[in-house]
Design a protein around this ligand. Structure first.
Ligand SMILES: NC(=O)c1ccc[n+]([C@@H]2O[C@H](COP(=O)([O-])OP(=O)(O)OC[C@H]3O[C@@H](n4cnc5c(N)ncnc54)[C@H](OP(=O)(O)O)[C@@H]3O)[C@@H](O)[C@H]2O)c1
Length: 312
């Protein structure tokens, strides 16, 4: 019987992970609407790092020990489903993967077919996992922005916050590929609190990964009918605002949630990430072997866009 080697998160911050090996479930015991994926690549996500410490509440305390990894790509290894036959290249991100269901830091993973996205033709599993959930999130946010014709003038003043994050790096690459010429990438960690409900109107659209003071500071600076794509909380979860940017400038605050994104939207966005919304040039990225995953997860200086090679 095939064995599954995996990195299990313990829930003990002093010893946060342990390598485990278990027997793979027999094909006869697999439900008809689930498959076993042989993983070739995973990705190190912001959430995967936070999940090392239960105090961050990414994984509920009762759900440890848990095989981590919210993102994975590979091929269907065991399936009874005609739409997802053995050998189909797939990827899966978000939902409860690596949170309350075992995830991608493993050689194999059992998943419901409703989680699966077929790997697009022009994207390798390695490239997909260099982007991971961060890529899906950047793609979902910008696809939302591109739906508004008033925001898509190539010289519209656009701002990306948390500029060193994976989401921001990928978003900047996508906007560069699409020919946007007036994009500011901001890496500030500290933002002044807003002094007035409305300030000088500077930005047509903001992709914000910081939240807290950044989002509070930027809402009064939005141009009429501008849009803020609220993606993350690298800073804080709090938001200090007034009603005035919304009722006097028609500003739209649009939340992006890649975890619960409908599967049809995921398939479309991954297809776009492989083609029209491919970040170009592709931001600095790296691929590490599976054995180096523990050190990379605990690194105080995370490398951007990191794929984990599980198998060839
Ligand atoms: N809505 C969704 O579905 C979704 C999906 C994915 C991620 N997110 C969120 O989006 C954010 C970015 O995620 P990610 O995976 O791209 O992160 P990441 O790659 O892990 O980015 C971490 C980097 O962000 C920078 N940073 C840390 N704190 C910051 C702060 N207060 N202000 C500005 N920059 C800060 C740091 O670089 P420097 O120290 O060099 O600046 C850090 O190395 C996170 O809040 C994450 O939870 C949301």
């Amino acid at each position: 019987m095939a064995q599954n080697r995996a990195l299990s998160l313990t829930g003990d911050p002093a010893h946060p992970y342990v390598w485990v090996t278990s027997a793979l479930k027999a094909a006869s015991k697999l439900p008809a609407d689930e498959v076993i994926v042989q993983i070739t690549y995973s990705h190190i996500n912001h959430k995967d790092r936070l999940a090392l410490d239960p105090a961050n509440k990414v994984i509920p305390a009762a759900a440890y020990p848990r095989i981590g990894g919210i993102d994975l790509a590979g091929v269907v290894a065991v399936s009874k489903h005609p739409m997802w036959p053995k050998g189909t290249p797939v990827l899966a991100t978000g939902f409860d993967i690596g949170i309350t269901r075992d995830g991608g830091f493993a050689e194999y993973c059992q998943l419901p077919i409703r989680y699966l996205v077929q790997l697009p033709d022009h994207l390798s599993a390695e490239q997909a996992m260099q982007m991971g959930t961060a890529g899906l999130t950047a793609g979902a946010a910008l696809a939302e922005m591109f739906r508004n014709p008033r925001l898509v003038a190539k010289d519209s003043p656009l701002l990306i916050t948390g500029g060193h994050s994976d989401v921001a790096r990928i978003a900047a690459g996508i906007l560069h590929h699409r020919g946007f010429t007036n994009v500011t990438v901001n890496t500030n960690h500290h933002w002044p609190a807003p002094s007035r409900p409305l300030a000088h109107a500077k930005y047509a659209a903001v992709l914000d990964t910081v939240g807290g003071d950044a989002l509070s500071h930027l809402l009064p600076q939005m141009m009429p009918n501008g849009a803020v794509l609220a993606v993350g909380n690298l800073g804080e979860g709090r938001l200090d605002t007034s009603i005035f940017p919304f009722i006097l400038r028609g500003v739209r605050l649009i939340g992006i949630d890649s975890v619960h994104l409908p599967i049809s939207d995921r398939a479309e966005i991954w297809q776009l990430l492989a083609t029209n919304l491919a970040p170009q040039p592709f931001p600095p990225h790296t691929t590490i072997p599976f054995a180096e995953l523990p050190n990379a997860l605990r690194s105080q200086v995370p490398t951007p866009l990191t794929a984990v090679q599980i198998a060839h």
